[in-house]
Design a binder for this molecule. Sequence first.
Ligand code: SF4
Length: 344
Amino acid sequence: MTLLEIEGLRTQFPTDRGVVHAVDGVDLTVESGEIVGLVGESGSGKSVLAQSVLGIVDAPGQIAGGDVRLDGESLLEKGEAELRELRGGRVSMVFQDPMNSLNPTLTVGEQIAETVRLHQDVDESVSLPAEVKRKILGAARDGEAWRRAIEMLEAVQIPEPAARARDYPHEFSGGMRQRAMIAMALACEPDLLIADEPTTALDVTIQAQILDELRDLKDAFDTSVLFITHDLAVVAELCDRVAVMYAGEIVERGPADELFADPRHPYTQGLIASTPRLDDPEADVRPIEGYVPDLIDIPYACHFAPRCPESTRECFERDPDFRPVGGDGHEAACLRRGPGGDRP
Ligand code: SF4
């Protein structure tokens, strides 16, 4: 069943130089229970896409077209109060830098418990506002929300969770902070978790552990995940399906194993060829020539055309549509691939 449907989404930022088309007509779906990877270089628009889904695009950015539906219900038609209720409830998020997302003045346990209180009906022993409890009653530590916070810290493998719940974020290591963020994001058992570069700042071993845990947690909590990253290895390891984003557009999408074994869009092929391989450090690494274009009024049809080794005149003039290039929904937006294309 389709949980998240993004259709023709366009998000723009007016600037003095013109309109930045950060997300430019994106279609993407996330089915129930699957992990979809959204991969692309920085500046490709993937984080703005996540912000658009969550309704947290920074001003003066605005959604200029398209739709975002959760279980068939449009999120773009919801007011700010409804969206706030949704965020941290049915839809949760984890960002790259947990220090920016965690409140340094509250213990980790209190922050998770607070999320639970906000989004679930929990039976607290004393019904006072959370702020008062924190100050006077020590955050209602015996309440159900507090117990839930400890359970969640245990689920993300924080050692001695009952004791560590009383620590402040600065008393946690980077990996533990990121685990705490994941605990907080999953505390309300969301239908959808949006994770934006959640492990990028961590060393490789911790990153691998957290990805393993994320996969287990996804199954345990029956949560779908939209995982945003520039790191192809992470996507290949973690995701069921992948969408590759370039200059505001999705250029290729399909099952992760097939897309990495047989990438078809010239940009995806270039991206993979430019990534050092962990399993073969001697393999040739060939960077893609040129730069990601300025997203203000791109004057050519295929956004990859000036950098594409296979571009023709037609590529500058005609928008490429998605064409099937493999099984199970593997598609590429390239004029030279699939039916009607002249390349295998
Ligand atoms: S449409 Fe043309 S320029 Fe764009 S990726 Fe395909 S071959 Fe390259």
